[in-house]
Write a protein that binds this ligand. Sequence first.
Ligand SMILES: Cc1cc2nc3c(=O)[nH]c(=O)nc-3n(C[C@H](O)[C@H](O)[C@H](O)COP(=O)(O)OP(=O)(O)OC[C@H]3O[C@@H](n4cnc5c(N)ncnc54)[C@H](O)[C@@H]3O)c2cc1C
Ligand code: FES
Length: 435
Amino acid sequence: MEQRAPRDVRMRLVEVVGRDVIAADAVTLYLAAPGTRQAPASYVPGQHTTLALPVGGNILYRTYSLCSDGQTSRPWEIAVKRQHGGAVSTFLCEQAQIGTIVRASKPEGAFTLPRPLRPDMPLVFVAAGSGIAPIYGILRSLARLAPSARPRVQLHYASSSYADALFADELDGLDPPHRWLHSWHYLADEGGELSAPAVLRKTAPLTTGAHWYVCGPGSLKRDMVEALAQVRVPARNIHVEVFGNEVDLLPTVADSAPMASRIRLADSGAMLETRPGETLLAALERHDYAPPYDCRAGTCGVCRLRMVAGHVRNPGAGDLTPAERAARYVLACVAQPLGEVTLATAEPRRAEGLRVQSGSRTALTLTLRVWAAAAAIALYAGAVHLAQSASQAAHQTSAGTAPATSQPTPKRGTGASSITTTPTLTVPTTTTGVS
Ligand SMILES: Cc1cc2nc3c(=O)[nH]c(=O)nc-3n(C[C@H](O)[C@H](O)[C@H](O)COP(=O)(O)OP(=O)(O)OC[C@H]3O[C@@H](n4cnc5c(N)ncnc54)[C@H](O)[C@@H]3O)c2cc1C
Ligand code: FES
């Protein structure tokens, strides 16, 4: 089927201008405005971009955090960990080359440093697997600050092994004397376990006064958020980005059982047919509507639409409030119609349709994300070649899954000066150091 360009001004063409293999199953890709070495758009470290890639006749959207430091004179950097059987990560790791052109959204997200950032504001970062990506970008931006402006920082980073740890050496290189950055590496193959109690033991007495940044699978989010709430860390100081899948895997068009579904729009009376397995968002876009969206992963809430009648699979991926559920809002990026569904409108006015990270979830910048979101809208033809995506391969546990043993261990494989084993929670108060 011929692919048509979507009515989406938020997507722009970006060119792969560099590629580094950073681990056995991971690459860093450098993305620039085509023909340049400039960032395709400005961003704040910690934000993410959504790539749109044509795979097997569909457009697949996947979100990747920027791990660069915010300078627009340089390309964006994304670190992609290949998922076994994962369509897009396999392509990006194995086939994306310098010169490859893809479409990318403007960077979004609230997993960013507090503003204003004060040097007396401790920061604690907790990452698992590829969850280190946005945190690495934030830490790089902190490294560029004047020492007097830099807060004290702790990093707790879990990996399955040293070989799998992304940016391990680069992280240690940010502050070799450990003047402002103190890191713990939890390596599962050496018995390290990143657990909430283990982290909290190391952060006191900074715990309640710190801003917390947690990035990894949903299980890490749950454990950390619960533990932080118990020790009364204010919700506004907890920032969470989740890479893991907490909703049912969305079947692709190809592997879904055929189901006659359609969307009726109450405001216009329009009737739109949907394809099996298609999300509301994908179906609306295919019919040239432009509902708002950001993550396309069921967490930011931007794509919520009000359902007047009918039923959907994955209505809200756990991210809608009870009041929103009662009002029959659904998240269009993950909800799939089951039979005929009536929506109040496809393109809600900002006041109705955009939650814009407000209310309780601003304080807890909870962006629970999912892995899979097959979408069947049209984009540009022939920009990239994804036809051989390895979607049937064996599945593996997420690289971000926290390891399952009990003691944190310093990372190995580098000199002693790079092993951060600060044994207590007390972090030096001096902030003179590297810049
Ligand atoms: C905000 C955000 C930021 C992110 N940042 C990063 C980042 O910096 N780096 C990074 O590497 N990732 C990041 N991700 C994850 C990324 O968006 C992708 O989800 C990831 O790369 C996997 O995509 P994929 O297409 O390769 O895998 P998919 O094809 O979506 O598959 C994911 C997994 O599900 C399995 N699977 C697929 N279909 C089925 C099925 N029908 N039945 C059973 N299992 C199935 C696959 O085998 C695979 O293991 C981020 C996600 C979010 C939400
Ligand atoms: S676009 Fe973020 S929840 Fe749907």
